[in-house]
Ligand binder design. Structure first.
Ligand SMILES: Cc1cc2nc3c(=O)[nH]c(=O)nc-3n(C[C@H](O)[C@H](O)[C@H](O)COP(=O)(O)O)c2cc1C
Length: 215
């Protein structure tokens, strides 16, 4: 991948963000995790380049910073940009939490509103301590040390678990994947379980018949 190719990729991210805006999305998340291209640039294990995109931390993070600037250039100021990272490669000599924190520090002034703290995906067969909330500990460290909003993700299954993560200040939001596949109504069920009010999808709303008690 030569430099003109890299510039083309940066432009393609910006064009994708523009399409997302046109399609009506209100948040855009730049995927720099899970072994995808931007993560491959970040990690010293996959990034073997000898030019200004490889070697030092500054060089390995260069393309992501360029992507963020390009996306921010087309994305309205009042709408949020998230960046998903793998906070660690889970292996000695790989991308780690300290580098993630420094990256987050640098992304915030470029207009990144939230760091979505995932992990892994670059190196196969690494030992990952998979279990409830196993990736949650990354979010509070990055939140505290980079002073940026963070999201926690990974085996967050229950309303109480999700609520505690936000309530205890470990993260500003939680992201769910498989629990939402198991129970697409999880947010409504969680709100009921936690005695919170929430809004129903507008498509479900019907005017109540006159004289009836709305339910
Ligand atoms: C069917 C499926 C598809 C997924 N696709 C993506 C994806 O495209 N991009 C991504 O960043 N993560 C993807 N993930 C990972 C989830 O976003 C999430 O990080 C992961 O499943 C851990 O959260 P969970 O324990 O709540 O499922 C996917 C997960 C599942 C189950």
């Amino acid at each position: 991948l030569e430099e003109p190719g890299i510039h083309g990729i940066v432009d393609a991210f910006a064009a994708a963000a523009r399409r997302a805006l046109d399609a009506g999305f209100q948040i855009v998340e730049i995927h720099s995790a899970h072994g995808y291209l931007l993560h491959e640039f970040l990690s010293p294990l996959s990034n073997q380049r000898a030019d200004c995109y490889g070697g030092s931390f500054e060089n390995r993070t260069r393309v992501l910073l360029q992507v963020v600037r390009a996306v921010r250039g087309v994305w309205p100021e009042d709408l949020p940009v998230f960046v998903r990272i793998s906070a660690t490669d889970w292996i000695e000599g790989g991308w780690d939490l300290a580098e993630s924190t420094e990256l987050a520090r640098q992304l915030k002034p470029l207009g990144v509103d939230l760091i979505d703290c995932s992990s892994g995906g670059l190196v196969p067969n690494v030992k990952i301590p998979v279990g409830p909330g196993f990736q949650v500990p990354f979010a509070p460290v990055i939140r505290r040390d980079a002073k940026v909003l963070t999201g926690a993700v990974g085996m967050i299954h229950t309303a109480q678990q999700a609520d505690a993560i936000v309530d205890e200040g470990k993260a500003d939001v939680v992201f769910l994947a498989r629990e939402l596949l198991r129970d697409p109504y999880f947010p409504l069920h969680a709100a009921t379980e936690l005695n919170r009010t929430t809004s129903w999808p507008v498509q479900y709303l019907r005017p109540a018949p006159e004289g009836s008690t709305p339910r």
